[in-house]
Design a protein around this ligand. Structure first.
Ligand code: URA
Ligand code: CA
Length: 433
């Protein structure tokens, strides 16, 4: 096989076979095929697309390029949840203990945040003592004992994807649905789950800003999962404004605790119940989503979901006192209320810009190497559709700088207020799969 012939085949609209894709990905991973040839291939894929079979083959070639996590020692159907990333997306912190509390094993690997989106691992590390560097045997053991564990990436998962994603970043080939879909799915499949629930975000703060692209991406990922024997479904959910009220690490832990107590933001709770009920059904613990939802709601009402959160925190070395006393979480030195400059209705909260404002406070990383401040962030008091009076606080900025003026300016730019009444945006746009 000659790499140049395979590039030409894709350039001319041909379909690559499984063995051709394996040859390309293996060669790229071991360094025998250079960056410039894979750059050309990525650009050919960008313009020509991939067939459903090519996408699945590319996904599996990337899965096989590195380690795969073996969860077979955990009894039951392991269902993973993946979000394509959003601002203030606190769902994993709620979902992991919530679905575990009704008997669905949660063996989750999570990442750190980058840019305007936060990472679950960073959020959990705002709980004193909590650690995520756990080996595979202990990971399996924790899930078997408590039903839930969340750890950082271990092993060398999907090295082909790491290389290819970095290359796409500098060759203007990130925005290709088959390449995005196979990149995300390769990581989920290598992490060992039997079934996958995807939360595909749409809107300003999401990777996919247009509904049509979001649906295509969701359908491509669902198709890949199902083709390779992992039952997969996708929920399409709104990211035109941040999810919940809190953006920032410790602030989101508090928001998750409130939600597990039945006192969290309505949108975060609703999305958690929707994703959670699909996970419960895929795990075979309920026959219908309605039945699953009832189980989850009952678990919140009875306090079992919150107890599971305590067990989970304690098993990973964290201080469970924060659950009853969230004021023990890292707190910022300054709380600055941001008053509305006019009367009206909130008509937009630009999620990406607000995520970037939180990053400027120190809640997120501008580059992989940046340090983050777990205490800082933004707590909204109003969401799209809410009425506001001039002078009333729109949000509170939690800062370790006395005068974060540029953050305030950015905050005001991200909020639009209209004189006309505005409807609350739809939260869930559909289910695929
Ligand atoms: N996220 C990923 O993991 N991969 C992509 O290609 C795009 C977003
Ligand atoms: Ca939130």
């Amino acid at each position: 096989m000659r790499t140049v012939d395979l590039i030409a085949k894709k350039r001319d609209g041909g379909e690559l076979s499984r063995s051709e894709i394996e040859y390309l990905i293996q060669g790229y991973t071991d360094g025998s095929i250079p960056d410039y040839q894979i750059s050309a291939l990525a650009m050919a894929i960008y313009f020509r697309g991939m067939t459903a079979q090519e996408r699945a083959d590319l996904t599996m070639a990337m899965v096989e390029s590195g380690d795969q996590i073996d969860l077979s020692a955990i009894a039951g159907v392991k269902v993973d949840k993946h979000s394509t990333g959003g601002v203030g997306d606190t769902t994993t912190l709620v979902l992991a203990p919530l679905v575990a509390s009704v008997g669905v094993p949660v063996a989750k690997m999570s990442g750190r945040g980058l840019g305007h989106t936060g990472g679950t691992i960073d959020k959990l590390e705002s709980i004193s003592g909590f650690h995520v560097e756990i080996g595979n045997d202990q990971f399996v053991d924790l899930v078997n004992r408590n039903g839930v564990a969340v750890i950082g990436q271990s092993g060398d998962l999907t090295p082909a994807d790491k290389k290819l994603y970095s290359l796409r970043d500098v060759t203007a080939t990130v925005d290709s649905i088959p390449l995005i879909a196979s990149s995300i799915m390769s990581k989920k499949i290598a992490s060992g789950a039997n079934a996958i629930v995807l939360d595909v975000k749409t809107g300003d703060g999401a990777f996919m800003k247009e509904m049509e692209d979001t649906r295509k991406l969701a359908a491509a990922m669902v198709d890949i999962g199902n083709r390779v024997g992992r039952r997969t479904i996708a929920i399409i959910s709104d990211m035109s404004q941040p999810l919940g009220y809190a953006i920032g690490n410790a602030l989101e832990v508090k928001e998750a605790i409130d939600t597990l107590n039945g006192q969290g933001p309505a949108d975060l709770y609703e999305l958690s119940l929707t994703l959670g009920s699909h996970m419960v059904v895929l795990a075979g613990k309920a026959k219908t989503e309605a039945e699953a939802r009832e189980m989850l709601e009952q678990s919140v009402r009875s306090g079992r979901a919150l107890d599971k959160f305590k067990t989970f925190i304690s098993a990973q070395g964290g201080d469970t006192a924060v659950v009853d006393r969230p004021e023990l979480l890292p707190a910022a030195s300054y709380r600055i209320d941001v008053p509305a400059r006019e009367d009206g209705y909130i008509s937009a909260i630009a999620a990406e810009q607000l995520g970037t404002a939180a990053m400027m406070l120190g809640a997120g990383r501008a580059t992989k190497e940046s340090a983050i401040d777990l205490a800082v962030g933004i707590v909204l008091h109003k969401k799209v559709g809410d009425r506001v009076a001039k002078g009333e606080p729109l949000a509170t900025i939690h800062s370790n700088r006395e005068r974060p003026d540029e953050v305030l300016e950015s905050f005001y730019e991200s909020i639009a207020i209209s004189k006309q009444q505005v409807n609350k945006p739809q939260l869930i746009f559909g289910v695929i799969g």
